[in-house]
Design a protein around this ligand. Structure first.
Ligand SMILES: C[S@@+](CC[C@H](N)C(=O)[O-])C[C@H]1O[C@@H](n2cnc3c(N)ncnc32)[C@H](O)[C@@H]1O
Length: 197
């Protein structure tokens, strides 16, 4: 598929860009990202968001827990002749930062029980759809540079209030910056910054 000026191959075990990816992409395009910026795309999938930042000149590292996604994102970087480091790993554990921008389109649907299989990891977000949030926000607090911005997408089906409260506990402030209504939910992009700035 062709999206945002990028040629993106797909894989049966990797989440393909969808409405959520496009909403996060639109919010990302509002940020002034350019050469010299350090960026990280967590849960990169096909590599869309990371490659978009690389195309604007940022130094990008992309992370995904799904080994098929890590391979696909690498192949898509080569296909678009863009430099992007891709690491298979969980959340922000593989990186040290500091980053100017961190993006995460997470698995955000509320699901009870353990996720089995690589593809369902793309949408099964645990209790309240934010099972990953505590660890992610701890990682974000560690790697976000002074003046850095995080962009995270959540759904009205998930517990967004709890997410905002968890961020505050970490000294991070989450503000909604983009919304899109779908038939059964509303997607929302949250911009996260250090609250002491
Ligand atoms: C909703 S998809 C988003 C994919 C892509 N960023 C996009 O916007 O099209 C969520 C992605 O997060 C990845 N993921 C899930 N849990 C993760 C974790 N703990 N660490 C890193 N990536 C994870 C999934 O494998 C999947 O590729």
């Amino acid at each position: 598929m062709r999206l945002a000026g990028l040629e993106l191959e797909q894989h049966a075990e990797v989440y393909p860009p969808a409405e959520d990816s496009e909403l996060l992409l639109a919010a990302l395009d509002l940020l002034d990202i350019g050469p010299g910026d350090a960026a990280c795309d967590v849960g990169t999938g096909s590599g869309l968001l990371g490659l978009r930042m690389a195309a604007r000149g940022a130094r990008v590292v992309a992370i995904d827990i799904n080994p098929h996604a890590a391979r696909l994102a690498r192949a898509n970087a080569a296909r678009n002749r863009l430099g992007m480091a891709v690491v298979q790993g969980s959340l922000l554990a593989p990186v040290r930062g500091p980053f100017d921008v961190v993006t995460f389109n997470p698995p955000y649907l509320p699901v009870q029980g353990e996720t089995r299989g690589e593809l369902p990891q793309a949408w099964e977000g645990g209790a309240g759809g934010i099972g990953w949030a505590r660890l992610f926000l701890a990682g974000l607090q560690r790697v976000l540079g002074a003046g850095g911005r995080g962009l995270v997408l959540l759904s009205s089906l998930g517990d967004q209030e709890a997410f905002v409260a968890l961020a505050l506990e970490r000294g991070l402030m989450a503000v909604p910056v983009a919304q899109r209504k779908l038939a059964w939910e509303e997607l929302q992009v949250w911009r996260i910054t250090r609250s002491n700035l």
